[in-house]
Design a protein around this ligand. Structure first.
Ligand code: C2E
Ligand code: MG
Ligand code: MG
Length: 664
């Protein structure tokens, strides 16, 4: 019989095995099962050839050996279908359930094997009565029965557990099995065409190329495992609920550029060599700046962490004069997070909010940090939902003008509502929104809501000149800000003078440059700016000099510190003098008591904001408040009456208020 097809299959399988075995691999469960499938297919094709030869040379060989070879071939044929099923099960069942769930298939395969070996097998002879064309009988039918059974279960599982299987794996396995079934059917009805072996090899090659080529798990530049491999491996470890430790080397510069100063590249090579040979760890290049060492043995991890981080304290290259800016993040127990995505998020969070690079420090990722990250994720979800479902509200805090003796403006302060309708204050989400960029959308929503309100109500009729709206530093660094905000103001037909934007000190010089451009364009349009949070370290005197602001807002702490000690008093007196000297106005925030109010007023501060007058109010409450307080202004204009606008009390003629205010 013709064995050329089978020989082609053997060559193909040998090539696959050669490439597979010489590659560096992480010990993924799918990898192990695939390797088994590869071996079984290889053996199956070889046995196919042997069985053909054994049948051809039947007369010269012991009958038992011929039957054994033929039946072994049948067993491996069923084995291919069985391996295909296991390969899908690895994805479906987590490690602890895997064994339990595949036990029944294992037993079935064992039963199949025993039956194939012990049931009878007949030969179909050609016309010459000596050449065997094919084998048949109970043993052969059992093979088909079991193989088809495994295939049916496999297809059934792939359909039922669709969401648990990697779609690429499902597709590859379906193709592999379909090729296999089609070739078996062709061979069944065309006994001269021995294509099953070769087509099995093709099917396995498809899976290899699509999914199991270990090279796809490698980062070509560094030779480490790549991000995709990290995700698969991490999923496997978390799936098994296996304890492990992770050490992250976070580099300030990308790995291959980390030692720019060394033009020879020797220092980079030395470091790479060192990293690649850290013992007891699988090494992954997660990003260009991040290398992860995964230790399955937590005890060994501690020791390695010490040694590896110590090595980085000295330099690289000849004479060790090249250093890299880096920081270490060590998670002694990865069990503090739920899955590999959270693990990478935690590393990312720590990296973002640590100044570790400056000190080349080692930061421990502990339970507290993990909880903080989960809280942040919760806030992110809350925020995203609030933005999507428009559960964003703007509250307004009235601001009193000591010169005009009434409320002349208000600060817009954002709130969001959670799904139960509870109000969430900005302190709980602004930072997160700034970190994940949601502030851009949120800021625009707030601005639009305020503009809509100004457009709907003629705020000037109520004695209000403008509304103050906070701008986050992230928004300030956006090059679209000017265009977007002007567009919104035009949409609602608002005079730019009715808007005052509050800024704080930007961290980076680049952001400051963009902010200045935005400010200049908006100022040309008529918008005015305030410097918020003065006295918190977020804004200082230098910043006032650089920024074209009209108003400086004293932070609550600054206001209250005036009453605490004489030094603070001295600083504040001088700051007020300097700010006034620059021709700017001051708003004093967080004024809560009569004493604070009187003192701020006596210091010549033009605007007072704080609980003394009102907390931030919902839009409805705010208008009620303003109508009540500023509304009386008109009535008070009646001759002979004066008004205490701080309390909205109409006073008898010629009586000064307790605070000494006399209406205009
Ligand atoms: P901020 O801009 O300095 O706003 C003043 C904060 O002080 C407000 O807190 C206000 O309710 C509070 N406050 C005012 N008077 C008193 C007082 O007498 N006593 C006390 N204890 N607190 C007083 P809120 O609304 O929780 O906002 C906190 C911060 O969140 C704001 O500080 C601002 O930085 C940020 N924020 C609020 N709304 C927005 C917004 O729409 N966009 C952006 N980017 N940030 C916002
Ligand atoms: Mg503010
Ligand atoms: Mg403030």
């Amino acid at each position: 019989m013709d064995i050329r097809m089978q020989c082609g299959g053997v060559v193909l399988m040998a090539v696959l095995l050669y490439f597979y075995l010489r590659q560096k691999r992480i010990s993924l469960d799918t990898e192990k099962v695939f390797f088994r499938a590869l071996l079984v297919t290889f053996v199956c094709i070889i046995l196919d050839i042997f069985s053909i030869l054994a049948l051809d040379y039947r007369s010269r060989l012991p009958e038992l050996l011929v039957r054994f070879i033929c039946k072994s071939y049948l067993v491996t044929l069923m084995g291919v279908a069985y391996c295909g099923l296991l390969y899908v099960c690895v994805d479906i069942y987590k490690k602890k359930n895997y064994r339990k769930n595949v036990r029944k298939y294992k037993l079935a395969a064992l039963a199949g094997m025993i039956l194939i070996y012990f049931l009878p097998m007949e030969y179909r002879f050609a016309a010459d009565q000596t050449t065997v064309i094919y084998t048949y009988g109970a043993s052969v039918y059992t093979t088909y029965l079991f193989a088809v059974g495994f295939l049916i279960v496999n297809f059934f599982l792939m359909k039922k557990e669709k969401n648990k299987i990697n779609p690429a794996r499902r597709e590859a396995v379906q193709l592999w099995m379909t090729i296999w079934i089609a070739s078996s059917l062709i061979q069944l009805f065309n006994s001269n065409l021995l294509i099953v072996g070769f087509m099995s090899a093709i099917g396995t090659a498809i899976v290899y190329l699509k999914l199991e080529n270990p090279e796809t798990n490698l980062d070509r530049q560094s030779g480490m495992f790549n991000h995709g491999a990290l995700i698969q491996y991490g999923r496997q470890l978390f799936g098994r609920e296996q304890a492990f430790s992770v050490l992250t080397l976070s580099l300030e510069e990308p790995l291959h550029k980390s030692m720019r100063a060394d033009r020879t590249g020797a220092a980079d090579m030395e470091m790479l060599e060192f990293l690649l040979h850290v013992p007891d760890a699988f090494i992954f290049k997660n990003t260009e700046n991040e290398i992860l060492f995964v230790f399955e043995d937590q005890e060994k991890a501690g020791e390695q962490v010490r040694l590896v981080s110590q090595r980085f304290q000295s330099g690289w290259g000849k004479d060790g004069q090249f250093y890299v800016k880096h920081c270490w993040i060590y998670m002694a127990d990865a069990g503090i997070v739920n899955n590999v995505d959270d693990m990478l998020d935690l590393i990312q969070c720590i990296r973002q909010d640590s100044a570790g690079f400056a000190k080349n420090s080692l930061i421990v990722a502990d339970q507290a940090r993990a909880e903080k990250m989960y809280q942040m994720k919760k806030t992110e979800r809350l925020l995203a939902e609030a933005i999507e479902k428009d559960r964003v509200e703007v509250f307004y805090q009235p601001i009193f003008s000591t010169r005009e003796n009434r409320f002349t403006c208000a600060e817009a302060l954002v709130r969001i509502r959670d799904e139960s309708g509870n109000i969430v204050p900005p302190g709980a989400f602004i930072e997160v929104a700034e970190q994940n960029g949601a502030i851009l959308k949120l800021g625009e929503m707030i601005f639009e809501k305020v503009c809509r309100m100004i457009g709907e109500r003629d705020i000037r009729r109520y004695g209000l000149h403008y509304l103050e709206i906070n701008l986050s530093v992230v928004q300030c660094a956006s090059e679209h800000l000017f265009k977007d905000y002007i567009q919104i103001m035009e949409k609602y037909g608002i005079a730019a003078e009715q808007i005052n934007l509050e800024i704080t000190e930007s961290a980076s010089l680049d952001a400051k440059a963009v902010l200045l451009q935005n400010m200049e364009k908006m100022i040309a349009h008529g918008v005015r700016f305030s410097l918020d949070d003065f006295g918190t370290g977020q804004s200082n005197l230098n910043y006032i000099m650089d920024m074209p602001v009209d108003i400086v807002k004293f932070d609550m702490d600054m206001t209250s510190s005036y009453f605490k000690n004489s030094k603070a008093k001295y600083i504040m007196d001088n700051a007020i003098r300097m700010i006034h000297g620059m021709g700017l106005e001051i708003v004093s925030e967080g004024v809560e008591t009569e004493e604070q109010y009187q003192t701020m007023k006596s210091l010549g501060i033009s605007y007072i904001q704080g609980y003394y007058f009102s907390k931030p109010l919902s839009q409805e409450e705010f208008w009620q408040f303003i109508e009540e307080r500023n509304g009386r202004l008109k009535k008070a204009a009646e001759p002979g009456q004066s008004v205490d606008f701080t309390r909205s009390i109409i006073l008898p003629p010629n009586v000064k208020t307790a605070s000494g205010m006399v209406p205009k």
